[in-house]
Write a protein of this length. Structure first.
Length: 186
């Protein structure tokens, strides 16, 4: 390995040791016929991190312009990871990328769906997908439209008659407590 890299054996050993410390590679024992034969370097950890990094960088270099005030794509991935409390799997990264690239959801809209999911204590991309689909069915394409729809739903219905209006047209019914009436024998 040292000859292929043009480094000394000590330099290669130091680099490998640094990579093990940074959890980029690990040493896996190889067994033959039940006995420990040798150790091998497992590079799967670095490949996973590189795949995640390239996915994040690819999504960050989206050709669509991001308007001022909108969250960047990379911030969407980081925020979801932070709220879920774990790194996202490659499938989850792909799903979020599809929301942004194929479905053309604004990053701010995805973050609003994340907020709704977290407030409902449902830490699932499937739940977020259902939220985004329901907004799409209502033709809500921006975060501002979602906020307006939410405010409209939260606002009390002003077209319903007030209690004074409803009693003006209804007959007067006296109210009394039966226990307050004197008891009479018949």
């Amino acid at each position: 390995m040292a000859a292929a890299l043009g480094k000394s054996e000590q330099q290669v050993f130091d680099l490998l040791h640094q990579m093990i410390e940074k959890k980029l590679i690990q040493i896996q024992p190889i067994q033959k016929k039940g006995q420990l034969a040798s150790d091998a370097y497992d590079f799967s950890l670095i490949f996973e991190k590189l795949a995640k990094l390239t996915t994040t960088q690819t999504t960050a270099t989206d050709s669509r312009p991001v308007a001022t005030g909108q969250s960047s794509r990379q911030a969407v991935f980081q925020q979801i990871e932070q709220e879920f409390g774990r790194p996202l799997s490659p499938i989850e990264l792909e799903m979020i990328s599809q929301w942004l690239d194929q479905d053309h959801y604004e990053p701010e809209l995805v973050l609003l769906a994340l907020k709704e999911a977290v407030l409902s204590q449902v830490y699932s991309l499937k739940y977020m997908d259902r939220i985004l689909l329901s907004w799409e069915k209502k033709h809500l394409k921006t975060a501002a439209q979602v906020q307006q729809d939410k405010a409209r739903r939260d606002r009390p219905n002003t077209s319903a008659p007030t209690s004074k209006q409803s009693t003006a047209n209804s007959p007067h019914i006296p109210l009394f407590n039966i226990g307050d009436q004197p008891y009479h024998d018949v």
